[in-house]
Unconditional design. Structure first.
Lengths: 113, 109
């Protein structure tokens, strides 16, 4: 059974940092791109970043470039999102999603003073 | 950055057929955009219905189908059920960068 388990969310002050994790199981991790997608409660979905199967390419939405870094560890079957210089507008539920369309359960990030 | 457009809202009668579309500001949508379709019901996490234009997941009811139609990606629902009332989002990729549409609120009435 495919499982993606998101973790690492929480409350952080503006300018702070968080590292999100997504633990994958039930599929061959190195065969799939991995994405992070976010959703502010009551609003639409926003694609945030993704990383190629072997980690050799990474893409980001403009609003997070230079602040967020996506990475993956094939030994741990995990993907990460390092979020620095967080802003109030980064407040969202963050989901990892693989390129076959399996979703994690999401983790809430709240940026507030 | 490209803009992906969806109908803001659509209504379908129970048992009826409706097509949701997903257009791109850069031109025709092709299989190279790897269109995805997601369903999100109120208070729930999204789930994937269609990936890579037309591939269903095991949990995707057969009444949903994905295609390319008139330069857009399309999600057709044939034989709408009350439980299909939800928000539907499409996602397109542009050389690695993903862009979601704004979503279509589908009412079954």
């Amino acid at each position: 059974e495919v499982q993606l388990v998101d973790s690492g969310g929480g409350l952080v002050q503006p300018g702070g940092s968080l590292r999100l994790s997504c633990a994958a199981s039930g599929f061959i991790f190195t065969n799939y791109w991995m994405n992070w997608v976010r959703q502010t409660p009551g609003k639409g979905l926003e694609w945030v970043a993704n990383i190629r199967e072997d980690g050799s390419a990474k893409y980001y939405v403009d609003s997070v470039k230079g602040r967020f870094t996506i990475s993956r560890d094939s030994a741990k079957n995990s993907v990460y999102l390092q979020m620095n210089s967080l802003r109030v507008e980064d407040t969202s539920v963050y989901y990892c999603v693989n390129s076959r369309g399996y979703w994690g359960q999401g983790t809430l990030v709240t940026v507030s003073s | 950055q490209a803009v992906v457009t969806q109908e803001p809202s659509l209504t379908v009668s129970p048992g009826g057929t409706v097509t949701l579309t997903c257009g791109s500001s850069t031109g025709a949508v092709t299989s190279g955009h790897f269109p995805y379709w997601f369903q999100q019901k109120s208070g729930q996490a999204p789930r994937t219905l269609i990936y890579d234009t037309s591939n269903r997941h095991s949990w995707t009811p057969a009444r949903f189908s994905g295609s390319l139609l008139g330069g857009k990606a399309a999600l057709t629902l044939s034989g709408a059920q009350p439980e299909d009332e939800a928000e539907y989002y499409c996602l397109l990729y542009y050389s690695g960068l993903g862009v979601f549409g704004g979503g279509t609120k589908l009412t079954v009435l």
